[in-house]
Design a protein. Structure first.
Length: 195
Protein backbone atom coordinates (compact mmCIF):
# COMPACT_ATOMS: atom_id res chain seq x y z
CA UNK A 1 0.00 0.00 0.00
CA UNK A 2 1.56 3.31 -1.01
CA UNK A 3 1.50 6.30 1.32
CA UNK A 4 -1.24 8.21 -0.55
CA UNK A 5 -3.54 5.20 -0.45
CA UNK A 6 -2.72 4.69 3.25
CA UNK A 7 -3.61 8.31 4.05
CA UNK A 8 -6.86 8.12 2.10
CA UNK A 9 -7.72 4.86 3.85
CA UNK A 10 -7.17 6.47 7.27
CA UNK A 11 -9.38 9.42 6.37
CA UNK A 12 -12.13 7.14 5.11
CA UNK A 13 -11.90 5.07 8.30
CA UNK A 14 -12.26 8.25 10.39
CA UNK A 15 -15.23 9.32 8.25
CA UNK A 16 -16.87 5.92 8.68
CA UNK A 17 -16.41 6.10 12.47
CA UNK A 18 -18.01 9.54 12.58
CA UNK A 19 -20.89 8.37 10.37
CA UNK A 20 -21.52 5.44 12.74
CA UNK A 21 -21.69 7.88 15.65
CA UNK A 22 -24.04 10.28 13.84
CA UNK A 23 -26.42 7.49 12.75
CA UNK A 24 -27.21 6.67 16.39
CA UNK A 25 -29.82 9.34 17.18
CA UNK A 26 -29.43 8.62 20.90
CA UNK A 27 -25.94 10.12 20.71
CA UNK A 28 -27.39 13.42 19.47
CA UNK A 29 -29.97 13.38 22.28
CA UNK A 30 -27.32 12.73 24.94
CA UNK A 31 -25.25 15.67 23.68
CA UNK A 32 -28.29 17.96 23.86
CA UNK A 33 -29.22 16.72 27.34
CA UNK A 34 -25.65 17.05 28.59
CA UNK A 35 -25.36 20.62 27.28
CA UNK A 36 -28.49 21.49 29.27
CA UNK A 37 -27.05 19.85 32.40
CA UNK A 38 -23.77 21.76 32.00
CA UNK A 39 -25.67 25.04 31.58
CA UNK A 40 -27.56 24.29 34.80
CA UNK A 41 -24.31 23.51 36.64
CA UNK A 42 -22.87 26.87 35.59
CA UNK A 43 -26.04 28.81 36.35
CA UNK A 44 -26.18 27.28 39.85
CA UNK A 45 -22.58 28.39 40.52
CA UNK A 46 -21.18 24.88 40.14
CA UNK A 47 -17.95 23.84 38.48
CA UNK A 48 -16.93 21.17 36.03
CA UNK A 49 -13.85 19.06 36.64
CA UNK A 50 -12.43 16.97 33.84
CA UNK A 51 -9.76 14.28 33.63
CA UNK A 52 -8.27 11.52 31.51
CA UNK A 53 -4.93 9.95 30.60
CA UNK A 54 -2.62 10.77 27.70
CA UNK A 55 -4.61 12.09 24.75
CA UNK A 56 -7.74 12.07 26.89
CA UNK A 57 -6.06 14.42 29.37
CA UNK A 58 -5.15 16.65 26.43
CA UNK A 59 -8.83 16.64 25.46
CA UNK A 60 -9.78 17.49 29.07
CA UNK A 61 -7.36 20.44 29.03
CA UNK A 62 -8.63 21.51 25.59
CA UNK A 63 -12.22 21.55 26.86
CA UNK A 64 -11.27 23.49 29.99
CA UNK A 65 -9.28 26.18 28.20
CA UNK A 66 -12.07 26.80 25.70
CA UNK A 67 -14.48 27.26 28.60
CA UNK A 68 -12.29 29.47 30.80
CA UNK A 69 -10.78 31.25 27.81
CA UNK A 70 -12.67 31.46 24.54
CA UNK A 71 -14.34 29.13 22.06
CA UNK A 72 -15.65 31.22 19.17
CA UNK A 73 -16.92 34.57 20.40
CA UNK A 74 -16.11 36.54 23.51
CA UNK A 75 -18.23 35.79 26.58
CA UNK A 76 -17.67 35.45 30.30
CA UNK A 77 -15.34 32.62 31.36
CA UNK A 78 -16.98 29.38 32.45
CA UNK A 79 -15.67 27.46 35.50
CA UNK A 80 -14.00 24.30 34.23
CA UNK A 81 -10.91 22.77 35.84
CA UNK A 82 -8.80 20.13 34.09
CA UNK A 83 -7.12 17.96 36.72
CA UNK A 84 -3.77 18.31 35.02
CA UNK A 85 -1.39 20.09 37.39
CA UNK A 86 2.01 18.39 37.01
CA UNK A 87 3.09 19.20 40.57
CA UNK A 88 -0.06 17.66 42.02
CA UNK A 89 0.07 14.62 39.74
CA UNK A 90 3.69 13.77 40.55
CA UNK A 91 3.29 14.44 44.28
CA UNK A 92 0.15 12.34 44.54
CA UNK A 93 1.46 9.53 42.34
CA UNK A 94 4.65 9.40 44.40
CA UNK A 95 2.95 9.48 47.81
CA UNK A 96 -0.36 7.68 47.20
CA UNK A 97 -0.07 5.91 43.84
CA UNK A 98 -1.10 6.81 40.31
CA UNK A 99 -4.67 5.62 40.91
CA UNK A 100 -5.28 8.58 43.25
CA UNK A 101 -4.10 11.48 41.05
CA UNK A 102 -7.62 12.60 40.10
CA UNK A 103 -9.54 11.42 43.15
CA UNK A 104 -7.63 13.54 45.67
CA UNK A 105 -8.28 16.95 44.09
CA UNK A 106 -11.96 16.04 43.75
CA UNK A 107 -12.03 15.14 47.45
CA UNK A 108 -10.50 18.55 48.18
CA UNK A 109 -12.42 20.76 45.72
CA UNK A 110 -15.61 18.98 44.64
CA UNK A 111 -19.05 19.95 45.93
CA UNK A 112 -22.62 18.77 45.40
CA UNK A 113 -23.86 20.34 42.20
CA UNK A 114 -20.49 20.11 40.47
CA UNK A 115 -19.93 17.77 37.53
CA UNK A 116 -17.09 15.45 36.59
CA UNK A 117 -16.44 15.00 32.87
CA UNK A 118 -14.53 11.71 32.86
CA UNK A 119 -12.74 10.74 29.64
CA UNK A 120 -11.45 7.22 28.99
CA UNK A 121 -11.18 5.39 25.67
CA UNK A 122 -11.32 2.04 27.47
CA UNK A 123 -13.54 3.00 30.39
CA UNK A 124 -11.16 1.04 32.61
CA UNK A 125 -8.50 3.60 33.57
CA UNK A 126 -8.16 3.00 37.29
CA UNK A 127 -7.40 6.62 38.14
CA UNK A 128 -10.46 7.85 36.21
CA UNK A 129 -12.66 5.21 37.88
CA UNK A 130 -11.31 6.35 41.27
CA UNK A 131 -12.13 9.94 40.27
CA UNK A 132 -15.71 8.86 39.55
CA UNK A 133 -15.91 7.18 42.96
CA UNK A 134 -14.65 10.37 44.61
CA UNK A 135 -17.13 12.46 42.63
CA UNK A 136 -19.99 10.21 43.74
CA UNK A 137 -18.90 10.58 47.36
CA UNK A 138 -19.15 14.37 46.88
CA UNK A 139 -22.64 14.07 45.33
CA UNK A 140 -21.38 15.32 41.99
CA UNK A 141 -22.87 14.38 38.64
CA UNK A 142 -20.72 12.38 36.23
CA UNK A 143 -20.70 12.50 32.44
CA UNK A 144 -18.48 9.94 30.73
CA UNK A 145 -16.88 10.09 27.31
CA UNK A 146 -16.01 6.45 26.76
CA UNK A 147 -15.01 3.87 24.18
CA UNK A 148 -15.19 0.11 23.67
CA UNK A 149 -18.02 -1.22 25.94
CA UNK A 150 -17.74 1.63 28.46
CA UNK A 151 -15.69 -0.47 30.89
CA UNK A 152 -15.99 -0.08 34.65
CA UNK A 153 -16.53 3.66 34.38
CA UNK A 154 -19.95 3.30 32.77
CA UNK A 155 -21.39 2.10 36.09
CA UNK A 156 -20.56 5.41 37.79
CA UNK A 157 -21.87 7.71 35.06
CA UNK A 158 -25.18 9.54 35.29
CA UNK A 159 -24.90 9.98 31.54
CA UNK A 160 -22.36 8.86 28.96
CA UNK A 161 -21.46 8.50 25.32
CA UNK A 162 -19.54 5.57 23.89
CA UNK A 163 -17.60 6.47 20.78
CA UNK A 164 -17.37 3.79 18.10
CA UNK A 165 -13.92 2.75 16.97
CA UNK A 166 -11.49 -0.08 17.44
CA UNK A 167 -8.51 2.10 18.32
CA UNK A 168 -7.91 4.90 20.82
CA UNK A 169 -7.21 7.45 18.07
CA UNK A 170 -10.57 6.94 16.36
CA UNK A 171 -12.38 7.07 19.73
CA UNK A 172 -10.54 10.28 20.66
CA UNK A 173 -11.50 11.87 17.33
CA UNK A 174 -15.16 11.43 18.28
CA UNK A 175 -14.52 12.66 21.83
CA UNK A 176 -13.03 15.97 20.69
CA UNK A 177 -15.95 16.55 18.31
CA UNK A 178 -18.38 15.95 21.17
CA UNK A 179 -16.48 18.34 23.45
CA UNK A 180 -16.50 21.10 20.84
CA UNK A 181 -20.20 20.62 20.16
CA UNK A 182 -20.96 20.65 23.90
CA UNK A 183 -19.23 24.01 24.28
CA UNK A 184 -21.08 25.39 21.27
CA UNK A 185 -24.45 24.20 22.56
CA UNK A 186 -23.81 25.51 26.08
CA UNK A 187 -22.93 28.88 24.56
CA UNK A 188 -26.10 28.82 22.47
CA UNK A 189 -28.12 28.21 25.64
CA UNK A 190 -26.32 30.73 27.84
CA UNK A 191 -25.26 33.41 25.36
CA UNK A 192 -27.82 33.31 22.53
CA UNK A 193 -26.84 36.79 21.33
CA UNK A 194 -23.48 35.36 20.25
CA UNK A 195 -25.30 33.13 17.75
Amino acid sequence: MDILHSIQSSLLDAQDTLNQFIKNVDNIKVIAETAAVIKDVFEQQGKIFTCGNGGSLCDAIHFAEECTGKFRDNRKPLPVIALSDAGHITCTANDFGFAEIFARPLQALGHPGDLLLAISTSGNSENVVRAAEAAKSKQMQIFGLLGKDGGKLIHYCDSYLIAPGDTADRIQEIHIKVLHILIEQVERLMFPDNY
